[in-house]
Design a protein around this ligand. Structure first.
Ligand SMILES: [Zn+2]
Ligand SMILES: [Zn+2]
Ligand SMILES: [Zn+2]
Ligand SMILES: [Zn+2]
Ligand SMILES: [Zn+2]
Length: 316
C-alpha cells in the first residue's frame, strides 16, 4: 500500500517535470505580440454580447486575446397594421425584429386620422347681406361624416361716390355711394356741408365819426349775399356828465349807436354843483367799472342795452 502510493507520487512528479518543456514551447513568449485581424468566435445576439478573438501571428506563440462585441439590440422592421386607423378609431401597428433567430415583436397605437373634409356642395353663395351655406363631407372611404359651414355675409363694397347735388354757400350737397357687387342695388347718401361764403374786401357804407359807429358791407363773390360789419368810432371814450340820481341806458338806436358786436367806454365825471356823497356808487350790469385817480370813474367794455346807474351824488 505504501509502496503503491510512493510510486504514484513519483509518477505524478515525473509527468510534471516532463510536461514543463512542452508547455514552454507552446506558451506565452516574452515578446511584443503581433495580433491578426481577429475572428468572430461567437456572434452577438439581440440580447447577448459576442466575442472576437485575436491570435498572435508568431507561430511559436499561442497568445490569444478576446474582445467582447456588444449585443446588437433588436433590428425592427417598418411594421404592418394589425388594425388600420379610421377617421375616429385608433389603429395598431406590429413590428418584428429582423435579426435571425429573434422572435421579439412590439406593437404601437396609431392615432385616429380625423375626418378629411372636402367641399361637397355650395348650397348658397354669400351675398352683401346674406350668409352663404356650404356642405362639406369626409373624403375617406367608408366615412359619411358631413357638416354645413356658414360663410358670413360679405358686406357691401361701396364705390367712391358721385356728387348728385352740388353744395352752395348756404345749402348742403349730396354724395350717393353705390354697392359695386353684382346683383346688389344698395345705395347710401351722404350729406355734404354747405360751402362758406367767399367774402370780398368790403365797402364802407357809413364812415365812422368821433362818436358814431360806421358800417362796412361785405359781399360774397359767389352768391352775392351781403353782411355788415361795424366800424368802431374814431374816439373810443365818451364823456358822460352825471348829476344827482342819474342813470344812463346805452341805446344802440340813438345817440351811441352801440351794436351787439361793438362796445363803448364812458368816462364819468360829476358835473359842477354836485359832489360824491358817502354812499356814492356806480353800477353797470354788462360792463366793467374802473376807479380813476381823480375820483372819477371809467365804465368800459359797455355792451348794448347796459344801464349805468350812479347814486349817492349830493348837491354841494
Ligand atoms: Zn506572440
Ligand atoms: Zn431581436
Ligand atoms: Zn371621416
Ligand atoms: Zn351690396
Ligand atoms: Zn356765398
Amino acid at each position: 500500500m505504501r509502496k503503491t502510493l510512493s510510486a504514484l507520487l513519483i509518477a505524478a512528479l515525473l509527468s510534471c517535470v516532463l510536461s514543463v518543456p512542452a508547455m514552454a514551447a507552446k506558451g506565452v513568449k516574452n515578446h511584443e505580440h503581433t495580433l491578426d485581424e481577429g475572428t468572430v468566435t461567437q456572434e452577438p445576439t439581440c440580447y447577448n454580447r459576442g466575442w472576437i478573438t485575436y491570435t498572435c501571428t508568431d507561430p511559436d506563440c499561442n497568445y490569444v486575446y478576446r474582445e467582447p462585441i456588444p449585443a446588437t439590440g433588436h433590428n425592427m422592421d417598418d411594421g404592418e397594421y394589425l388594425v388600420r386607423p379610421s377617421c375616429a378609431g385608433m389603429g395598431e401597428m406590429i413590428y418584428h425584429c429582423q435579426n435571425p433567430g429573434c422572435t421579439y415583436v412590439t406593437t404601437h397605437i396609431v392615432p385616429y386620422l380625423g375626418h378629411r373634409m372636402e367641399l361637397d356642395e355650395v348650397i348658397s353663395e354669400p351675398t352683401c347681406t346674406h350668409a352663404g351655406l356650404t356642405r362639406y363631407t369626409c373624403a375617406r372611404e367608408g366615412c359619411h361624416a358631413a357638416t354645413m359651414i356658414t360663410f358670413p355675409a360679405l358686406g357691401h363694397r361701396m364705390d367712391a361716390g358721385v356728387l348728385t347735388v352740388e353744395p352752395t354757400c348756404t345749402s348742403s350737397g349730396t354724395i350717393v355711394y353705390s354697392c359695386t357687387r353684382e346683383g346688389c342695388d344698395y345705395t347710401r347718401e351722404q350729406w355734404v356741408a354747405p360751402l362758406a361764403h367767399t367774402w370780398d374786401e368790403g365797402t364802407v357804407a357809413i364812415e365812422p365819426t368821433d362818436q358814431y359807429w360806421g358800417r362796412r358791407i361785405y359781399t360774397c363773390t359767389v352768391c352775392g349775399t351781403t353782411t355788415p360789419e361795424a366800424i368802431p368810432p374814431l374816439s373810443a371814450v365818451f364823456r358822460l356828465g352825471i348829476h344827482g340820481g342819474s342813470h344812463y341806458t346805452v341805446d344802440p338806436d340813438t345817440d351811441t349807436t352801440i351794436r351787439s358786436d361793438g362796445e363803448l367806454n364812458f368816462h364819468i365825471y360829476i358835473e359842477d354843483g354836485w359832489k360824491a356823497g358817502d354812499d356814492f356808487t356806480v353800477t353797470a350790469a354788462r360792463a366793467q367799472i374802473r376807479s380813476e385817480a381823480d375820483g372819477s370813474f371809467t365804465v368800459c367794455h359797455v355792451e348794448a342795452d347796459t344801464r349805468i346807474t350812479v347814486s349817492g351824488i349830493v348837491q354841494g
